[in-house]
Design a protein around this ligand. Structure first.
Ligand code: ADP
Ligand code: X2W
Length: 280
């Protein structure tokens, strides 16, 4: 049965099986380091009938381009202070070079992919964050047109989404990629979100000073780790996005290192790898 959606709504799953989909966030810290085998695995999953959705970052590339152009940039609590001038560079970098580089890599591995940003088709609807007086044109997600993503998947392509948003007046916003991925996972009713980054999971420091990956953490433990400073910097938006989306239909968020061989298949097979963030 076809369902028509006039506004952004959580996907009606009455006619679709979302059990075989997952949302993956690929961090800018790791994009260039992802091996060809990562994209081969993605193609294999697609051939096996799994339907991934990719939301990507690109923070380091944005900073590099801003520097080249002599534009000052700074962060407040992990969010880039974004003027219209900065936003031009954010859009050029994320929707342009980074988005297309990912699409090309998927295609080079024999997979099928279409890249778009949250601006296209008003895919990601956004509103200013509460501290916009400090950070400028940074957005929170208020809606995701899940039917656009589902449509691209139905055509047999992997959607690759750059984290920009747009409001009813046509104003663009810069959205943290972890936040955007968590919102896409929620609105798509994805059972799982996989966060691919440059560390093997959430690390904790043992008494002897060595670091160890936590196989799983609860929302409560995360709160404590932020308070003690054990979780800091770029890990904070990841765990916050994870907490937000596991309140709904997403049952787990897994944080993994994209360089780990066979990582995607291993996560989907339920292997203990990286850190699983679970409700309780
Ligand atoms: N407890 C923690 N365990 C692992 N990494 C952490 C932790 N706290 C902070 N981090 C930092 O988070 C970084 C990942 O975030 P970020 O650099 O923003 O990656 P991405 O570009 O993938 O979003 C790690 O490289 C590490 O420096
Ligand atoms: C508002 C905000 O901070 N947006 C981010 C968007 C990119 C991003 O989040 O990239 P990573 O996942 O690589 O960090 C930025 O401008 O850097």
């Amino acid at each position: 049965m076809m369902t028509l959606m006039t506004q952004s709504e959580t996907l009606d799953t009455s006619g679709a099986d979302n059990g075989n989909m997952f949302v993956m966030k690929c961090g800018g810290s790791t994009l260039t380091a992802l091996p060809d085998s990562f994209f081969d695995d993605l193609r294999q999953l697609q051939e096996d009938g799994v339907r991934p959705v990719i939301v990507h970052g690109g923070g380091p590339a944005i900073s590099e381009n801003l520097k080249k152009l002599g534009i000052e940039s700074s962060f407040v609590n992990g969010l880039r202070v974004t003027t219209e001038e900065v936003l031009d560079v954010v859009e050029m970098t994320l929707s342009g070079s980074i988005n297309k580089a990912i699409v090309r890599r998927i295609q080079s591995s024999g997979g099928k992919s279409i890249g778009l940003s949250g601006v296209d088709g008003n895919l990601i609807e956004a509103a200013p964050v509460s501290n916009s007086d400090e950070v400028g044109l940074v957005g929170n997600v208020t809606g995701v047109k899940a039917e656009i993503i589902a449509g691209i998947q139905a055509l047999g392509y992997i959607p690759v989404i750059a984290p920009l948003g747009i409001d009813g007046n046509g104003q663009r916003y810069n959205i943290n990629a972890d936040t955007a991925a968590g919102a896409v996972a929620s609105f798509m009713q994805s059972p799982q979100m996989i966060v691919v980054t440059d560390v093997p999971g959430i690390l904790t420091t043992l008494e002897d000073g060595s670091k160890q990956v936590l196989p799983s953490v609860t929302v409560e433990q995360i709160g404590q780790m932020i308070e003690t400073g054990e979780i800091y910097g770029g890990m904070i938006p990841k765990v916050k996005a994870a907490i937000d989306c596991i309140q709904g239909s997403v049952s787990e968020v897994v944080i993994v290192d994209g360089k780990e061989p066979g990582v995607l298949g291993r996560v989907l097979a339920g292997e203990t790898i990286g850190t699983r963030i679970i409700r309780k």
